[in-house]
Design a protein. Structure first.
Length: 404
């Protein structure tokens, strides 16, 4: 091989086998079939399309149905060295080495330890669900990963059940409709008075709340879950209180919800272990800071992509830009000339059938939103920045409510 190849004998190491990690592999292999690539993942590395998790239950799809290729098969096809079911315990950016722990069995005596070197490192380990103290992890589900989704789907497949979803952002609102369509009784709980309230203005979120309620979803807005416990019958007791009136009438709390399952959709955090070890700049809420053009971190030869990455202080947790981001990283790693990544916020589309919601730009609930079109079944608004330039647009359409 050439001198350039010998200088990259350790090749590329990618941490994380979600959409982002596999997109980087695809982008590199499209331009270089031989450079060594090692993929490290805490799970088995199976390839699947994560956005499908919020739609799959009503479609009666199991976790197996959603897997496009097993990690082993995908790695073999891409000529990738796969370290599945393996954790990265430490990153030494100075020596460009990773310390690994591979848990072959639950007993620590069967745990393998290894150290591998890299020439280029790509952090694509995603982000983890936030579990407030009131949502104990052993009693609450999340659908951020196919393994947990599969376990929940198996339990819901036994018949109609009652489910409480805590968090009415995009994911929680989409899951609520999906479960309702599958025949389950759904309660959606949020700190705000309406779904998507942290992203969109009240005029818009009020319509979303009405659409959600019109389907038969029990929406409890302005409410905070205080505790979840399991009762003698094996059901979950969800205690909650209205935020506005809690101080005024703390002696008049609503009756707890009794449900079969609770799903947490309360946001994501980036685990601080690897970024801290690698010495890269990051924020637990938004992610690892990268250069907007190259997607390099502030540490030499380390890149970040996907849910664990942020650009200009904003988390990048949408699927649409991943291919372009991966292509930029591939070119930069391979030393190819490239124009650099041009970050443009993707179109955000709520997947609910009850109401069509499409947003472009960087929406913020608090801001100078201007109404462009307003009618019973349509709302178009624009968010103006301090220079009166449009920084986000919102388009909503809803089916006309049938008359009784």
């Amino acid at each position: 091989m050439s001198a350039e190849r010998s200088s990259t004998s350790n090749g590329v190491v990618i941490v994380g086998a979600g959409l982002a990690g596999w997109h980087v592999i695809d982008a590199i292999r499209a331009k270089d079939k031989d450079i060594p690539i090692t993929l490290i993942t805490a799970d088995n590395g199976d390839r699947y399309h994560k956005p499908m998790l919020t739609m799959a239950i009503s479609q009666n799809k199991s976790a197996t149905d959603l897997v496009r290729a097993t990690g082993a098969d995908a790695a073999a096809a891409a000529n990738v060295n796969l370290h599945a079911n393996t954790q990265v315990s430490d990153v030494n950016a100075a020596s460009q080495q990773l310390h690994l722990i591979s848990a072959l069995r639950s007993d620590p005596v069967y745990t393998n330890y290894a150290t591998i070197s890299y020439d280029k490192l790509v952090l694509a380990m995603g982000a983890h669900p936030i579990f407030p103290k009131s949502l104990p992890e052993d009693l609450v589900w999340h659908v951020n990963h196919i393994e947990r989704f599969g376990q929940l789907q198996e339990q819901l497949a036994t018949g109609s059940q009652s489910v409480a979803i805590v968090g009415a952002g995009m994911v929680g609102t989409e899951i609520a409709e999906d479960l309702l369509k599958a025949g389950h009784e759904v309660t959606l709980i949020d700190l705000n008075d309406a779904p998507l309230a942290q992203m969109l203005p009240p005029k818009a979120t009020a319509r979303i709340a009405q659409a959600v309620k019109s389907q038969g979803i029990n929406f409890l807005g302005g409410c905070q879950v205080s505790s979840i416990t399991r009762n003698n019958e094996g059901k979950l007791q969800v205690s909650y209180e209205p935020i506005a009136s809690a101080k005024e009438s703390s002696d008049q709390q609503p009756e707890p919800l009794i449900v079969d399952h609770v799903i947490a959709s309360t946001g994501l955090l980036v685990d601080d272990k690897l970024p801290a070890a690698a010495g890269v700049e990051f924020d637990r809420r938004t992610g690892i800071v990268v250069d907007a053009t190259t997607l390099r971190t502030n540490a030499s030869n380390i890149y970040a992509i996907g849910d664990c990455m942020s650009i200009n202080g904003v988390a990048c947790r949408y699927v649409a830009p991943l291919r372009a981001q991966a292509a930029t990283i591939a070119d930069d790693i391979l030393g190819h000339d490239h124009e650099g990544y041009d970050h443009k916020p993707p179109m955000i589309r709520l997947k609910n059938k009850a109401i069509s919601v499409m947003v472009t730009g960087v929406p913020q609930a608090a801001g100078n939103w201007q109404v462009k079109t307003e009618s019973e079944d349509e709302l178009i608004m624009e968010l103006l920045d301090n220079n009166n330039k449009v920084s986000a647009t919102l388009s909503m359409k809803a089916p006309v409510t049938p008359k009784a």
